[in-house]
Each structure stands twice: as structure tokens, then as C-alpha cells.
Write a protein that binds this ligand. Structure first.
Ligand code: ATP
Length: 139
């Protein structure tokens, strides 16, 4: 179908609510098996499981909506991308101090033997900080 071929509908939904809905030209997210992956309009049908990640939704107005998405699924069709996730936050809703504190706690408990819960807490905090501009790194 040749209707407004440069854009697609993107929705980020949890069982409780629609976190984001809008027109987008590209979505970058991270799957468990495939690493970081970009979806453009016209992409073949795709269903993937997501890992904790910094997701970027390139909006049709040229801005970028950053999000942290923690597990869930991405479902893609030629004119839409749907992200289903129990836990996801828009950049503007992320409490950076809380994420930094969570990162510090997870780093502390990952000294010595690490467990899966600590590792996923680490990845959640890193995804939140990356979605807010990569503040977990040196600056
Ligand atoms: P914390 O140790 O700070 O609670 P967490 O990774 O254990 O972090 P989760 O269990 O993943 O937290 O999330 C619990 C709820 O709190 C979810 O609704 C999630 O969206 C929200 N949340 C967690 N951390 C933040 C944050 N830094 N900013 C905004 N919302 C957050």
C-alpha cells in the first residue's frame, strides 16, 4: 500500500495503558537474540522478545522519543511497530537519581558472585540512564 510510505504507527503498551502512540520513521530497540535492531516503514513481519534496553522512536516531526523498555515483545508489520512491555518508561518520566541509586546498589551486589536478579537490575538501571542521555557514563 502506498499511503504515506515514509512513516509508520508506533505504540508502546502495557496491560494497563498506552504509554506512547505516534507516527514514526524509525524505531531502534534491542532483542534478546538479535541485539540492537532498527525497524523502518515497510519492514517484513517480525516478532521478537526484548531485553532491557534504551529504545529510540524517531518521530515524523524530526524529534526522538527515548524510552527504557524492560523485557516484553516487539511486533512489526509494514506500517506499524507495537512494543508490549509490563515495565517501560518514557525518558521524561524517568527519575534519574533513583536509577543512579539502583545502579549503585546493583553494582555493589554484583561484586563477588552475581545472580540473575542483580544482573537484570543492573540492565534496568543502565537502560533508564541511557534513555536519559547516557548519564551512567563518565559525564
Ligand atoms: P528500584 O530499585 O529503583 O525500584 P527497579 O529496577 O527494581 O528499580 P522495577 O521493579 O523495574 O524497579 O520497577 C518498578 C516500578 O517503578 C515500575 O513501574 C517502573 O516503571 C518504575 N521505576 C523504576 N525505576 C524507575 C525510575 N528510575 N524512574 C521512573 N520509574 C521507575
Amino acid at each position: 500500500m502506498a499511503e504515506s510510505s515514509g512513516a509508520m504507527r508506533v505504540e508502546v503498551v502495557s496491560p494497563e495503558r498506552v504509554l506512547f502512540s505516534g507516527e514514526s520513521t524509525q524505531v531502534i530497540t534491542r532483542t534478546m537474540d538479535g541485539g540492537e535492531i532498527a525497524f523502518l516503514p515497510g519492514h517484513a513481519a517480525f516478532l521478537g522478545a526484548l531485553t532491557e534496553n534504551h529504545t529510540r522512536i524517531y518521530l515524523s516531526d524530526g524529534t526522538i522519543q527515548n524510552l527504557a523498555v524492560h523485557l516484553g515483545f516487539v511486533e512489526v508489520g509494514p506500517d506499524r511497530v507495537t512494543i508490549l512491555s509490563d515495565v517501560a518508561e518514557l525518558e521524561e518520566d524517568i527519575d534519574v537519581a533513583r536509577a543512579r541509586a539502583a545502579l549503585a546498589r546493583a553494582q555493589e551486589s554484583s561484586r563477588g558472585e552475581t545472580d540473575a536478579a542483580t544482573e537484570s537490575a543492573l540492565r534496568r538501571a543502565q537502560a533508564r540512564l541511557a534513555a536519559c542521555g547516557g548519564t551512567e557514563s563518565s559525564h
